[in-house]
Design a protein around this ligand. Sequence first.
Ligand code: ZN
Length: 73
Amino acid sequence: MDQNRTSGPSGARGFELLRIAGGFRRILQTELGQEQLCACCNEPWPMDQEFFNVSPRGVSYDCRACIQERRGN
Ligand SMILES: [Zn+2]
């Protein structure tokens, strides 16, 4: 565990390439848990059902907002 980081929304550094179910993702470890970099908008979001599509096969590459935007078109 690396607690050696500044907190806050501007602390978007320290992404690690981690292998999770579904493939490799860019993950940021924060005090609140893991955040994943969306492959579409390149924003970090918490890795949970609220922000990503989480299934037994893994977590979606893109955040829900990006997925919904694509579906809306
Ligand atoms: Zn996104």
